[in-house]
Design a protein around this ligand. Structure first.
Ligand code: SAJ
Length: 408
């Protein structure tokens, strides 16, 4: 089948490569000329396990080509961002994509939206727009479910939900995904598929908010939240998530707002968002207490990790940005390191510089590299504050852990 993918980001590119590997002729379109130039050389513009090798394979085979002009396909797959603007999924890029493909649509063309969209967006906004074309277009929503860091494996192994505006649209989409998905593919209506996706990420956000609330309560009652959660999770029906410095990435802190934006019933969801968004300020408040406790004047804080989670190069919506803004307000100096992120809103320094020059270390992201951290003997570091419970406690300076009142 001839497939045109619109948007070659963290989801569009791996999907394109997997479809090309499965034997389809795939054309990838993106407005970003720099990204296209990199892909034309067979180079992935971001890090993701296995993507480079797969890209080179399909590039060499000629089954995946890319460009900045659109080409006709039997299928158009849209994987563009849908940012949260005032608690609503902004469909600007989806609409731009639909408008751009309009002259290329024919009776029977399948249009698949992979981007996360708010419940009812397909029925209320996308279908009416497609109806103006005056042709029999098949519309489906097949929300992605892959976890960044293990995208390719999860895209193949995970079960998928396919929502069709019609049963034929769902059936054709399910057949297409079956060419590379090894998990089950469940067909449903398009609004149910939209809701499933937003529910999945909302479930995670609310569960993390619960863990973060337990974390703050644990500090009050004098226990170690990490120990308590591990023990509570020994119950066969309990699976509490992990607390942390805040929830980042382009999905979990964004998607729950889509429910809040469309329904007054979303009270718990709204509260959970506020709890998670409040974690960076909570971390900075604690950090300032430790700075005072150690009587450090004009401290330089060494920040370990700015990507939104471990071992990825993605810093979108990272809690590190909010923490750094708060440090600036406190007029604290800082040095920032991340082994994966190449460019960030503030300059990045080598890890060596942090351990040689900082007065305290604040671990925000639990990259594997930090678990093996070694301090030089003459390091000026007076304490470390670990918001992920990963640093060993073998240093000759105190390591304070978020949520662990036992070592404060
Ligand atoms: N986090 C915690 N505590 C936890 C788990 C995560 O604080 O127990 C934080 C992480 O540090 C990170 C944020 O939450 O800052 C989000 O990370 P994540 O690993 O939970 O999720 P994402 O954003 O990388 O991927 C999620 C996944 N959704 C679910 O697990 C329900 C993925 O399957 C989706 O495809 C993806 O969102 C998406 O694109 O929607």
């Amino acid at each position: 089948m001839n497939i045109t993918i619109i948007g070659l980001g963290y989801i569009g590119l791996p999907t394109a490569c997997l479809l090309a590997q499965a034997g389809h002729t795939v054309y990838g379109y993106d407005v970003d000329a720099k990204k296209i130039a990199s892909l034309q050389q067979g180079k992935a513009p971001f890090e993701e396990r296995g993507i480079q090798t797969l890209l080179q394979d399909v590039h060499k085979q000629g089954s995946f080509t890319v460009g900045t002009t659109l080409k006709k396909g039997d299928v158009f797959l849209i994987a563009v961002p849908t940012p949260d603007i005032n608690h609503k999924a902004d469909l600007k890029f989806v609409f731009q994509a639909i408008d751009a493909i309009t002259p290329l649509l024919e009776d029977g063309t399948l249009v698949i939206i992979e981007s996360t969209i708010a419940p009812r967006a397909s029925v209320d906004e996308i279908l009416p727009r497609l109806a103006t074309v005056g042709k029999n277009i098949l519309l489906a929503h097949c929300p992605e479910r892959a976890i960044p860091g293990n995208t390719l494996e999860e895209m193949v192994k995970n079960d998928r939900i396919v929502g069709g505006a019609t049963q034929e649209a769902a059936k054709r989409t399910a057949e297409l995904y079956a060419s590379f998905v090894r998990g089950n593919i469940y067909q449903t209506d398009i609004t149910t598929a939209e809701c499933c996706k937003v529910m999945e990420n909302t479930f995670r956000d609310v569960n993390i908010a619960l863990a973060n609330e337990f974390c703050k309560i644990s500090e009050e009652v004098g226990i170690n939240v990490w120990e308590a959660i591990t023990l509570a999770n020994k119950h066969p029906r309990v699976h509490i998530h992990q607390p942390g410095p805040g929830v980042g990435g382009h999905c979990i802190p964004v998607d729950p707002w889509f429910f809040v934006g469309i329904s007054k019933q979303a009270e718990l969801i709204h509260t959970a968002r506020n709890v998670n968004d409040g974690m960076p300020a909570y971390v900075v408040k604690n950090l300032m207490q430790y700075v005072r406790k150690h009587k450090i004047k004009n401290p330089v804080i060494g920040i370990l990790g700015v990507s939104y989670k471990k071992n990825v190069d993605d810093a979108r919506e990272t809690p590190a940005s909010t923490i750094i803004e708060a440090l600036c307000k406190e007029k604290l100096s800082f040095l920032v390191h991340d082994p994966y992120v190449k460019t960030f809103s503030v300059p990045l320094s080598p890890l060596k510089e942090l351990v040689e020059k900082a007065d305290a270390l604040l671990l925000i992201t639990d990259h594997d590299e930090y678990v093996k951290l070694v301090l030089p003997k003459d390091s000026p570091i007076k304490f470390m504050y670990d918001t992920r419970n990963v640093l060993p406690h073998t240093f000759n300076v105190p390591v304070y852990t978020l949520g662990n009142a036992k070592n404060i």
